[in-house]
Design a protein around this ligand. Structure first.
Ligand code: RRO
Length: 287
C-alpha cells in the first residue's frame, strides 16, 4: 500500500500521461485489470486539437522520439465523453492539463477540479509561454507565479510535471513547491530531433520531438535525486522505467511513486511485471 497526497494506492506504480490509453485497452482486451494503482489521463487543453502532422514517432537506438502534438477533444469533450468512462476505472484518476497562458490553466484547473471523479490534477508545463516563447516549466519564477494563481482554484492535489529541458530542474521544483504545488512529477521527454534517412530534413512532422525510453533513464535518476534534495513535497519519478530495478532506483533516489511510460507501448502488461519485480526487490539484500 502507498499513500500519495492523501490518496491510498495499492502499490507505487502508475502510468506516465499519454503512454497508456485505458479506454482503448478496455475496448481491445475486454475485461482486463489495469496494471497501475492510479490512472493518469493524456493531456487535455481548453480547445480541441488535431495534433501534429505525421510522422509522429521515430525509434532511436535506445528510445523513442515523439511529436504527437497534444491531439485531444478539449475540455468540454473530455468532460462529456472521456470522464464518465475514466471515472468507472477501478483506480484513482489523475487528469493532466496544459494551458498556454495562466488564464487557460486557471480555467482548466477550476473545471477539472470541480469533478468528483478527479482525484488529482497534473499540470503539464512543457509548453511555450505565448508571450516569451520559453517553456513555462523551464523558469522557476514563472512556475511559482503559475502555481500561486492556480492554488486557490482547486482543493484537489496539484502535481507539476516538470520538464527536463531546463538549466536547473531542482530550482523549478522549488518554485513549484513555493507556489503551492502538492507534488512534482518528472521527467517529461528530452527535446530531440530525428532526420529523414539519408537527408538533413527533420523526420517528424512537428520538427523536433521528445526522447523517452531507456536512453533517458540515467538522466531521470539524476534529476529525481536533485529534486529530492530541493523539495519536501512528494515526487513521481519516471523516465525509462522498464524493470523493477529501475523503479526501485527512482524510489531510492527519493520518489514516492514511479510511472511507466514508453515500456507500456512495447508491452501493455509491463507495469504488472514491474510491480512484481519491485516487490521482490524489497526482500533482496543485494540487487
Ligand atoms: O503530445 C505530445 O507530443 C507530448 C506531450 Br503533451 C508531452 O508532454 N510530452 C511528449 O513527449 N509529447
Amino acid at each position: 500500500m502507498s499513500t500519495f497526497c492523501g490518496i491510498a494506492l495499492r502499490h507505487p506504480v502508475i502510468n506516465a500521461s499519454g503512454c497508456f490509453d485505458a479506454l482503448a485497452a478496455q475496448h481491445v482486451f475486454g475485461d482486463f485489470t489495469l496494471p497501475f494503482s492510479a490512472y493518469v489521463s493524456k493531456t487535455i487543453t481548453l480547445e480541441p486539437r488535431q495534433g501534429n502532422p505525421p510522422p509522429r514517432l521515430w525509434e532511436s537506438p535506445a528510445g523513442l522520439i515523439n511529436s504527437i502534438g497534444l491531439p485531444n477533444r478539449g475540455l468540454a469533450g473530455y468532460l462529456e465523453h472521456d470522464l464518465p468512462a475514466l471515472a468507472a476505472l477501478a483506480v484513482p484518476l489523475i487528469t493532466n492539463v496544459m494551458g498556454s497562458t495562466v488564464d487557460e490553466f486557471c480555467e482548466l484547473v477550476e473545471a477539472v477540479g470541480a469533478q468528483d471523479a478527479v482525484d488529482a490534477i497534473e499540470l503539464n508545463v512543457s509548453c511555450p509561454n505565448v508571450a516569451t516563447g520559453l517553456d513555462i516549466g523551464a523558469d522557476p519564477a514563472e512556475l511559482e507565479s503559475l502555481l500561486a494563481a492556480l492554488r486557490p482554484r482547486s482543493a484537489k492535489p496539484l502535481i507539476v510535471k516538470l520538464t527536463p529541458n531546463t538549466a536547473d530542474v531542482a530550482a523549478c521544483a522549488a518554485g513549484a513547491q513555493a507556489g503551492g504545488a502538492d507534488a512534482v512529477s518528472l521527467i517529461n521527454t528530452l527535446r530531440a530531433r530525428a532526420l529523414v534517412p539519408g537527408g538533413s530534413a527533420p523526420w517528424l512532422g512537428g520538427g523536433n520531438g521528445g526522447l523517452s525510453g531507456a536512453a533517458i533513464r540515467p538522466i531521470a535518476l539524476a534529476q529525481v535525486s536533485l529534486v529530492a534534495s530541493a523539495v519536501q513535497i512528494p515526487i513521481i519519478g519516471m523516465g525509462g522505467v522498464a524493470r523493477g530495478r529501475d523503479a526501485r532506483d527512482l524510489l531510492d533516489a527519493g520518489a514516492t511513486l514511479v510511472a511507466v511510460g514508453t515500456e507500456s507501448f512495447r508491452d501493455p502488461a509491463a507495469a504488472g511485471r514491474i510491480v512484481c519485480e519491485l516487490e521482490r526487490t524489497f526482500s533482496q539484500i543485494a540487487r
